[in-house]
Design a protein around this ligand. Sequence first.
Ligand code: ADP
Length: 927
Amino acid sequence: MPAATPTRPHPGLTPGGRSDRAPAMAKDPKDTPMMRQYLEAKTAQPGAVVLMRMGDFYEAFFEDAQELSRVCGVALTSRNKDGPDPVPMAGVPHHSLKTHLPKLLAAGKRVAVVDQLEDPAQAKGLVRRGLTRVITAGTLIDEDALDGVVANWLVALTALDPEDGRPIGIAALDVSTGRFQVEDASTGQALALALARLAPAELVLPDVLRQADGTRERLAAMLAPAALPPLAGLAAFAWKPADARRWLGERLAVAALDGFGIGRGDDHLAAAAAACLRYAESSLSGAAVAEGGTGKGLGHVRSLVRLHAGEHLVLDASCRRNLDLVRNRDNQREGTLLAAIDRTRTAPGARLLADWLVRPLAQAAPIRARHDAVERLLDDPVRAAVRTALANVYDLERLLARIATGRAHARDLVHLGNSLAAAATVASALPSDGLPALLAEATTRLHPADDLTAEIHRVLVDDPPLAIGEGGLVRDGIDRELDEFRVLQRDAGAWLAEYEKTEAAAIGLPRLKVGCNSVFGYYIELTRAQAERVPAHWVRKQTLVNAERYITPSLKEYEDRALHADERARAKELTIFHDLRARCEDRLVAIQLCAQALALIDVSAAFAEVARSEGWCRPVIDDSTALSITAGRHPVVERVVGRSRFVANDTNLDATVVASTNAEAETQAQSPGRLAMITGPNMAGKSTYIRQVALIAVLAQAGAFVPAAQARLGLIDRIFTRVGAGDELARGQSTFMVEMAETAAILNHASARSLVILDEVGRGTSTFDGVSLAWAITEHLHDRIRCRTLFATHYHELTDLAADRSGIRNLTVEVAEQDDDVAFLHRIVPGAATKSYGIHVARLAGVPRRVLARAREVLATLETLNVGLTEQERPQARAGNAPVQLTLFAPVPSPALDRLKATDLDQLSPRQAHDLLYELQAIARRE
Ligand code: ADP
């Protein structure tokens, strides 16, 4: 039982009061036996913060003490304070280790825990201590330090450099749930995509690579710098393919790895997977020793899934960030698509939802299968019943992980029992026939162990204590011996009273008293006079001044049982509990499948729930290149501005293939176009509109319904976004450099099946540069890549591109102008913007009146100088020449001056000079 206010032993003293400090004369405080235990652990786990159990505290020394104090805000003291060589020391109460661990892990630390391996009260000499577990960010298994709704990936990489010819394997293991996957990442792109998708909690690399110069930098370039996890190294032997295959095969109980999709040429995949699992097991080994477990490896990791390219809609790191899918720019959930639509009822469901959103599907059939499941659950009574039952399901995956690693306590088993009972209720809530395939298959897995459910409920009390060794876990009537122990415990008084009566009668005394003390145990006490009647089988135990104390064989027997009943009852309960836990473990695979089925049902029901409550529709998915949305909405912005105030908009794009016949050419001319150029003032709703299209595509391919009245989507292979400056400035690159790097990625990797979202490309450079680049990029996307593209810009010049390119459509955002007031209607309509309304937005933003008035004056001047931005005023751009936009500071063009400059006055006759004067005046009047 954790002490409420732990008493802190004097350093070097165990709770029993014995000193395990070195003999008093030891001069060097670093050379005590206890310190040697500490330093041994420190040597075994270099780089880890070593926390050593001393009494009720976990203590750290030397620089670890300083770290602990700094990171966890605990006091820094010192051992041997008054001596010549004090040792810095800091500690945390043992029961609050769980609250401090996340802080240490977040600070990028690994924590090595040294526990007492024997009961200090019974230890002879120094308490034996040993390293029981190493806790790292990627190998967490205890819920307290884990975020319930995100996977915690430990990721192993065989190499980092695709250029050196060797294929690269990347494996990911979520120790807390047992999910284990591997994929090929042999190109720089595949590697960056996989890392960005997984957002690893910790990365395992070959030792050499971990220590190589530049490794951190290269990883940071692929992940956001803030997302760079702690790096761990594993010696070369752990990565050797032949060993890796054998070891992995043994661990996963298969003769060959082909069943997991790892064939002959996939040594790199086997190596990555083996290293990943090995590292996790070595970190967690010893944990079982500390927590009374089985000492086995990660028993819940039973299979390995190979992921293949092409199965999923690819979303790279910048896309995921720009669209705020599951994490916002501050790495939080607020304001994300996930937060807006998450109606799941269980933690595994929430994790699966997040996974589906960052890894939507890329093939029509499996997407439609998910839509079918959602559609079936639109049925209100069915959905309500399913969701009510789901609310009683605990985090089954993580329960199983604790069971398999010997950490589960009785309450976990009761939660398992309750969850399995809830699973059965979910099954009965679903109609038995006519279910779509996904639900039908899931339903078959919802009864993994009904007998076990019954057994758990039969054996364990409803709300057992967390500690498994203190008794109170098992019900009465389960085990005869246990019941007897309990009877002994409870009925000691009654038995003794009965015994006293019988014995008194036997020796002919009116009364007889059985006593008990801690030294002699039970005894019958008689006065000297009474002692004459003592029968022969009584044995004298103790003689007092006026009395004699005796023990009898039956009293002795009773004593043995009664005094040890408590201890034996506890031991018996523990055995029963361990048996039950082992039985749960035997059914692990079936229960894991049940957990996955429940997560799938949960996400499908959550999609149905959001579809119902928000009025979403089922998108049509096909192999076309269409993207047509009627009354589409942005699921996140809509929540902010309110459903009634959000203006829904249509989208119509089609990346039709090149026309080879006249008929096709005609169709193409009538097609909605594949590239929409959206101009309009700032704050009008351009970004919202283009992002909403991308989010609808993500949702549709993730298997959800979408926020629209109608939607048809030809499969998309990859979504690219180039939006805003984001947080890349932290990488030390200029905004423009980042912008161009993202644009380069799009131009190099987009296919005709991709969806490209561009917001204000070219803004980071001068206007001329910017417009020219944006112009050329648009041409490339339209003419060469031919993908569906939405381009929001306030370079009005770009609208001219639509004039001679059949696939470009101009769209703008409607603005209502009345007198001096302007209202942004957020409605997307065909056409090009005519004004910027920048001054209007500046007014809304609180720019001082004086500045606004001056800006109006300058604008008026510029407009009269024909450098405004309206379409009518730009004949040169519309003619297809290079786009021109003059800045405030560019010289104002003047044909009169040009004419004057071009004339050699020395060559003019007086008559010609006179004519020139008239000509110049005429030109100047026209200007
Ligand atoms: P832009 O990209 O044109 O500068 P945004 O897309 O950032 O404009 O939109 C600015 C704000 O206008 C949003 O934060 C939102 O409050 C509002 N808004 C945008 N689109 C809509 C819409 N369709 N309906 C209602 N409000 C909208």
